[in-house]
Design a protein around this ligand. Structure first.
Ligand SMILES: [Zn+2]
Length: 81
């Protein structure tokens, strides 16, 4: 699976908590996040990424893509053993 905009990175080499850094448009916001650097940007209520999404600074499609990959990575990490 190739992450859009990243050419040949194998996404399964990314740790789930680092995934946000690979989404270029997320970078402007992740440091402002109240829960940074451990925010998953999914369940957290006051997440800056979610706010940016609301303000249309991040595309819904990209965010959904993020969630999908994040869950994939998490799943793999949990089943590593
Ligand atoms: Zn966040």
């Amino acid at each position: 699976m190739i992450l859009h905009g990243f050419q040949t990175i194998d996404i399964y080499e990314i740790e789930s908590n680092n995934l946000d850094k690979y989404f270029i448009e997320f970078r402007d916001y992740i440091n402002d996040c109240e829960f940074a650097p451990s925010c998953s940007h999914i369940k957290e209520e006051k997440c800056c990424i979610k706010k940016a999404l609301k303000d249309s600074k991040i595309r819904e499609e990209r965010y959904q893509n993020y969630i999908k990959i994040y869950n994939d990575l998490k799943d793999r990490e949990e089943h590593k053993w």
